[in-house]
Design a protein around this ligand. Structure first.
Ligand code: MSK
Length: 665
């Protein structure tokens, strides 16, 4: 990337297929988010957190040379206003992931009660594991009874008024002690959301530190509550992922088949569509309309869900929504919840594409609405697929196609990561901890979050991914970051051979893994919490999540969900670096709390840094300082200490002799 682009000043995609389609779109007068980003300059006051619109005396804008000494009409200072604004970000992000988790919990309950007959519990072993964590008896009981108890107990996590969220006890003791000490143990998801909204109203909490502690408590209700509930139940219902091949890029569409996209976050309908598109009657119906078959692809995090479990190809992340429609090849663009640009309906009108909304919570004027209901899931999926097939004959030649696509390997659940380090019976995190201790792996980075049209979209993900693995940093990726990396072939073992530093390359070669492990959707960032907790329990590094040579990076973040994620990592002990300008830049005090104060209390932090080179330097600095504090061998590329040898595939097979390589069996 040129320097100008690295600083995020050029608001165009860094994806070659997207650029070629978007350029064609410009010749046709079709507008995209990139054009709107060029035209729409962010409000310079709201952008840095200096605008308070919590009541109707304002909005109050604290700007100018003396902004630090100014007050809103009620007396709120710049720091109060910036802290309130980012606390509301955290609350909204938690609400989004919380509602996702809640929907999954109610689906599990409906399945257990025999009311959602099209779904089954695919991973009974995981159900039992979660039941055990929740102190629910499972031995000798009917599966549905256990599932009902699990769903009921997890639903209580949303409405609980006192006490604490169930999965918090999965965290290392020391991490939990820090939460208790600073009063940020979340009670229930809804309670924390309500309290954040309450505290940030006019005339309530004015102390930035107190507000930001509530933001952390609210975010923890997401990480160890809503999102973790979603990940666990999705695994129980649809299977715990294990490595699987797939493809990525806008080139996944087929000219002679019915193309359907599933976009959004909640996978329940998408799972049914996966089943339905291979029904012989549906394929015959598609053929009767002149198509050779049905081609299913995904977008954003619904894509990640069905990629992780079925190898369904992804057309990319957030900014690929409009270019995907501009191919002219999509017959139905089906959306569920979150990260759905209303603009897709306008783009679709220029083609034959039908945009189908499916959630009561997401309706877009001009879209066809087919309401999803888990009680009649397959019938509704058939209706969606049939709508796409019926639309196929309406396809015209209009559009700009690309054919380039890349293979990838996804499906790295935390269970599989443990399995790959010793097999089903000897799985542990010891080899990873040892490789870090010996300096073969310098540290671990969670690369996550959105792709942003205000950046050279996807470019900062790719730049950081390449540089980090060159520096022997193992990457775990989720969300649109996985799509950005997958869309250029970075999620393959070959990437390690060609680009990884010598230590990381050896590890990847020994196990046969890519240097970037695709962990799933945005909600699956909780897999990173689980991995970090397991690494702490394994010993040899830090005995809590804080202090590990690990960093979270969201280089092109967009959403409130991202802020909530960054905060639950910070509270759990992981320093996080977000790209772009800071939404609290107006307040030095709030910036100091998010970085220095939180690091002192939790060993985590939330930085905002627009320059990708500085993001990289900051991440490596955190990793090296954590190594030094743990008295680990100083990292030097190509010079390792001794460690336990990682087992390769053959060795694991030898040990297991016939054991099935997947916990979900
Ligand atoms: S989809 S939250 S744009 S990662 Fe999860 Fe992508 Fe960000 Fe949505």
């Amino acid at each position: 990337m040129a320097n100008e682009e690295k600083k995020g000043k050029k608001a165009h995609s860094d994806s070659t297929p997207a650029v070629s389609i978007l350029e064609w779109g410009i010749t046709q007068g079709i507008e995209s988010c990139f054009d709107r980003a060029d035209k729409m300059k962010p409000c310079p006051i709201g952008h840095v957190g200096a605008c308070c619109k919590m009541c109707h005396m304002g909005p109050c804008r604290l700007v100018g040379k003396n902004a630090d000494e100014m007050q809103g009409i009620c007396g709120a200072t710049l720091s109060t206003i910036a802290a309130r604004n980012i606390t509301r970000f955290a609350a909204a992000g938690t609400a989004a992931h919380g509602d996702h988790g809640r929907d999954m919990a109610f689906t599990l309950l409906a399945v257990a009660n025999g009311e959602a007959k099209d779904f089954q519990i695919k991973d009974v072993r995981k159900l039992y594991k979660v039941a055990g964590d929740l102190d629910i008896e499972f031995e000798g009981r009917p599966v549905n009874d256990v599932a009902r108890d699990v769903a009921t107990k997890l639903i209580e996590d949303f409405s609980r008024q006192k006490g604490e969220i169930n999965f918090l006890k999965r965290a290392p003791k020391k991490t939990q002690e820090r939460w208790k000490k600073w009063g940020i143990v979340p009670r229930g998801v809804d309670r924390e959301n309500t309290e954040s909204l309450d505290r940030t109203t006019m005339g309530m909490d004015a102390d930035p530190d107190s507000l930001l502690l509530q933001a952390l408590r609210n975010a923890l209700a997401n990480g160890w509550g809503g999102s973790m509930i979603s990940t666990e139940i999705t695994d129980i219902l649809f299977g715990t992922p294990f490595p699987i091949k797939a493809e990525a890029s806008l080139g996944i569409f087929k000219e002679d088949e019915v193309n359907i996209i599933v976009h959004g976050h909640e996978p329940s309908l998408a799972e049914m569509i996966v089943d339905v598109v291979s029904e012989p009657e549906m394929i015959a119906y598609a053929k009767s309309k002149g198509a050779k078959g049905i081609n299913l692809g995904g977008m954003c995090c619904t894509a990640n869900e069905v990629l992780m479990r079925h190898g369904i190809a992804t057309a990319g992340g957030f900014t690929n929504q409009e270019p995907a429609i501009m191919t002219g090849l999509i017959d139905a663009f089906t959306v569920d919840v979150q990260c759905i640009m209303p603009a897709i309906v306008d783009v679709a009108k220029k083609f034959h594409t039908k945009v189908i909304t499916t959630s009561d919570k997401v309706k877009i004027p001009g879209a066809l609405h087919i309401q999803f209901d888990e009680h009649h899931a397959k019938d509704i999926a058939r209706q969606v697929v049939k709508t796409a097939i019926d639309n196929y004959p309406n396809r015209t030649k209009k559009g700009s196609h690309v054919t380039e696509k890349f293979p990838l390997i996804g499906g790295f659940s935390h269970e599989y990561i443990e399995y790959m380090q010793g097999g089903r019976f000897r799985g542990s995190f010891r080899p990873l901890n040892d490789a870090i201790a010996a300096g073969r792996i310098r540290g671990v980075v969670g690369l996550a979050g959105c792709d942003n049209p205000r950046f050279p979209s996807t470019g900062v993900h790719k730049y950081l991914a390449k540089e980090l693995i060159k520096n022997d940093v193992l990457i775990v990726s989720t969300g649109c970051s996985s799509a950005a990396c997958g869309g250029v072939g970075y999620l393959t073992p070959e990437m390690a051979l060609e680009n990884a530093g010598p230590g990381l390359r050896e590890v990847c070669e020994a196990i046969g893994i890519p240097p970037i492990l695709h962990l799933g959707a945005c909600v699956d960032n909780t897999r990173i919490l689980t991995i970090a907790s397991a690494m702490a329990a394994e010993g040899g590094l830090s005995d809590e999540i804080g202090g590990m040579p690990a960093v979270g990076i969201a280089p092109e973040w967009i959403t409130e969900k991202a802020v909530s994620i960054g905060m639950y990592f910070a509270a759990s002990g992981v320093p996080c670096i977000f790209g772009g300008e800071s939404p609290v830049e107006a307040s030095k005090e709030v910036t100091r709390i998010l970085t220095e104060v939180w690091f002192e209390r939790f060993k985590g932090a939330l930085h905002f840094e627009p320059d990708p080179e500085k993001m990289l330097a900051l991440a490596l600095d955190y990793i090296d300082k954590a190594r030094a504090a743990l008295k680990l061998k100083k990292y030097e590329s190509g010079k390792f200490g001794t460690e336990r040898v990682l087992m390769d595939m053959a060795a694991r097979r030898e040990i297991e002799k016939g054991a099935k390589p997947h916990l979900g069996l």
